[in-house]
Design a protein around this ligand. Sequence first.
Ligand code: PHB
Length: 398
Amino acid sequence: MTTIRTQVGIIGAGPAGLLLGEMLEREGISSVIIDTRTREDIEQTIRAGILEQSTIDVLDAIVPNHRARTAGYRHEGIELDFDGAGHRIDFEALVGQAVYLYPQHEVLIDLLVAADARNADIRLEVTANDVVDLDTATPRILATTKDGEPLEIVCDFVVGADGTRGISRALVNGARREGHFREYPFAWFGILTEAAPSAPELIYAASERGFALISQRNETVQRMYLQCDPEMPVDAMTDDEIWDEFQARVPATELKRGPIFQRDVLRFRSFVAAKLRNGPMFLVGDSAHTVPPTGAKGMNVAVADVVLLNRALREHYAGGGDAFLDSYEEDALVRIWKAQHFSYWMTSMLHAAPNETSYDHNRRIAELRTVTDSEAGRKFLAEGYTGWQFAGWEPVEK
Ligand code: PHB
């Protein structure tokens, strides 16, 4: 049995865990991060990434060599398509903000490079099995290495950053993973295709045939989604059928077609855990909450959690007391629920539920018109999409 002593034990080397490790390092607080995956798995788990301006500000301060501004794409708006026409939401003109399209695995690569540079203690292919002694001042993470060796991490604090399927959610919320939950009666069928962007910005299309999103990865690879039944098999449609369906749902833009090299089905869920804290253990990111992808909020809410928890741990170790640790849950939930609402709102405004009545449909299109026809409406959407100011964020000098 190997025993390690650290101040903060972090379960999960995703964006939340790795960013927290970098932030704590700057405060002079030690941490050990474990993750069951290999480095290749972490770097290659392809996920969406829309970074809000506040997220970029945090990366600028904490991960100075990040590539979001150079390898990512700055988007100053999106297009909402309905009734056969496009309606642009001009973020820059409405709220003076933009977002960056920069996939999550690229953020992870940047964070791992920063971690390497500071010789961070990150142990991969280590599986967390349990956290014990949560009623004491030295909780312990019990883990197993890839060689089957037991590893014990003795900490002051444990941070659960191991996502929806990790062990942390249940350690804080009980085996039933108590919380607030919503499932949607539709999913997204996603493709990656070798094609140039069909439009300069993302298109969110609410057509009579269902929703479609035309997103991007880079100059040669595009990411696109069709609203579908959650049970739809990925091979249900031929490539030609897929393209014809996309084009029918996005009539205002001629789509650039290319070979389709990946297909997947994404389920839609909204979830907020009942508790974000159990004694010295705290939840951040997807272990604490889940949003459907429509609002592009996932990683940004995780970063907002980490900013608040970092502030609380900084105050604790600097002798400033535990007021921020004690208010972490309440503070984090404010933004978590705003992001829940925004994601839910975008999702329900843009998708036709399978049982949608003609009343529901006409009301929904009127909602889209209410948003796009008025500056106040467009501004409301732009504010939510580009994100709200992070609470507890003061840029840290390097
Ligand atoms: C994506 O590019 O995968 C993407 C972009 C925006 C979203 C969701 C997904 O709202």
